[in-house]
Design a protein around this ligand. Structure first.
Ligand code: 4AD
Ligand code: MG
Length: 432
């Protein structure tokens, strides 16, 4: 556009006059030379200003620039073996677009400060690269489901139901009544399989998480496939195929980004299905073998999940939890009704749960029974529509939920989930 080259393109050009636009990334110099690193979304290039070779105006302007000033630079490409793209630019013209103010992110790099300055910190190389990976994973997930004949659908965000038990609902005033920010789009997703067969909801979910952890957000992006006719077995297979597809495609197409972010790509190469599977009961035994304090009937938390997967390179599936331990809609195993046809997928390297899924109760009587146990009123209009789905041509079906930021945290081996999203919402922060 307008004769500008992107910084990534410079390497291909190798020589000639070019014009680039971007932001000052670093600068240093003497009274004869100035070296200004310019960044744009595609890369970083070193530009050199030689006092003797440019007019006074250019030299003076260069002296006024700050980190992050926006500029247009003209010059000649010079090959330079040590430079990242193999080239640098000998400047002939320099035009400030906005010199601005001295940059704020120079000395204080404490976590809280960088979170306060998130709108600026997103310009860092690390955050930029993470956001690129997020984009690619988003595209691959869409591609995976599209290839398999799924339709993407949207759920309402303002709801009256508590899909996951409701202990973590954000309450809101909806005109004259009480409503909630959705904690899962699953129930609405289920309603759409009757027309579309296989769907996936992709929307934000909200959890009023009272605890501060490295893996909980109050607002996260939730991908929730739901499939008519799928069994528990089919459901787990789909989860495996999905993770293998997106991870292997990311390695194939963007290994450079993974390397730039310090990810051990060889570990990720192991992510190929089928993944190891254990039952809840086997998990309890395993935890006891590992000397982790844990009793049958408890839901494993971060510490237990870490212990289970710390040395693993592929995800671990834990299936068949004791009946009633999780959400009301999970179907019991007809062969062993003390247990449910559900699974949690635990990411390797200690990252913990990234997926929760199950076969759904699809028979009316069974659902009414489960709702009674969960103290949910099947005639309450917040839930009666969901019960209706079991009255008109019900079919067996299954589905699961994947947390997008949990996926990124594992794939990039991030220390904290907040870096998987541009503007994290956690207990003590709703800004910027
Ligand atoms: O296990 P959860 O609560 O299951 C559901 O919401 C089901 N309705 C999903 C379904 O079957 N359609 O949440 C599913 C996933 C978790 O495995 C985790 O990856 C992510 O959502 N998740 C969170 N991610 C970030 N912050 C939080 N507070 C999260 N809570 C759940
Ligand atoms: Mg869960």
């Amino acid at each position: 556009m307008d004769g500008f080259s992107s910084i990534a393109d410079l390497a291909k050009l190798k020589e000639g006059e070019v014009k680039i636009r971007g932001w000052v990334y670093r600068q240093r110099g003497s009274d004869k030379f100035k070296f200004i690193l310019i960044r744009d979304p595609t890369g970083v290039v070193q530009t050199i200003i030689t006092k003797e070779e440019v007019n006074e105006n250019v030299w003076e302007t260069a002296g006024k620039l700050y980190i992050e000033s926006s500029v247009i630079v003209k010059g000649k490409i010079k090959p330079d073996e040590r430079a990242p793209g193999g080239v640098e630019i000998q400047v002939t013209g320099l035009e400030p677009v906005s010199i601005g103010e001295p940059y704020r992110l120079q000395k204080d790099f404490s976590t809280e400060f960088l979170l306060d300055q998130r709108h600026l910190w997103l310009r860092s190389q690390k955050m930029k690269q993470i956001m690129k990976v997020r984009h690619h994973l988003t595209i691959y997930l869409n591609e995976f489901f599209d290839n398999k004949g799924f339709y993407q659908v949207v759920p309402p965000i303002i709801v009256k139901n508590a899909c996951e038990g409701g202990s973590q609902l954000f309450e809101m005033k909806y005109f004259n009544e009480k409503a909630y920010l959705s904690e899962s789009g699953q129930m609405y997703g289920e309603s759409l399989i009757f027309s579309l067969g296989k769907i996936y909801v992709w929307a934000p979910s909200f959890r009023a998480e009272k605890s501060r952890t490295v893996r909980h957000l109050a607002e996260y992006w939730h991908l929730e496939p739901e499939m008519a006719w799928y069994s528990h077995e089919d459901n787990m297979k789909l989860q495996e195929e999905m993770l293998e597809f997106v991870v292997q495609k990311l390695i194939k197409e963007h290994e450079d980004l993974l390397v730039a972010l310090g990810r051990d790509v060889d570990v990720l190469r192991h992510v190929k299905g089928p993944f190891p599977r254990i039952t809840y009961d086997q998990m309890v035994e395993k935890l006891q073998d590992l000397d982790v304090k844990f009793e049958w009937g408890q839901d494993p938390g971060a510490d237990e999940e870490k212990a289970l997967t710390a040395d693993m390179k592929v995800p671990l599936i834990v299936e068949k939890y004791p009946a009633g331990m999780k959400a009301f809609y999970m179907r019991r195993d007809p062969k062993n009704p003390e247990y449910m046809l559900n699974d949690d997928m635990l990411a390797p390297e200690g990252h913990g749960e990234i997926i929760g899924g199950s076969e759904r109760i699809w028979e009316l009587d069974e659902l009414l029974e489960a709702m009674k146990k969960a103290k949910l009123d099947p005639n309450d209009p917040s839930y009666s529509w969901y019960v209706d789905l079991r009255r008109f041509g019900a079919v067996p079906h299954s589905g699961f939920g994947l947390g997008m930021e949990r996926l990124l945290k594992w794939v990039l081996n991030l220390d904290h989930i907040r870096d998987a999203i541009p503007y994290p919402r956690v207990i003590n922060r709703v800004y910027p």
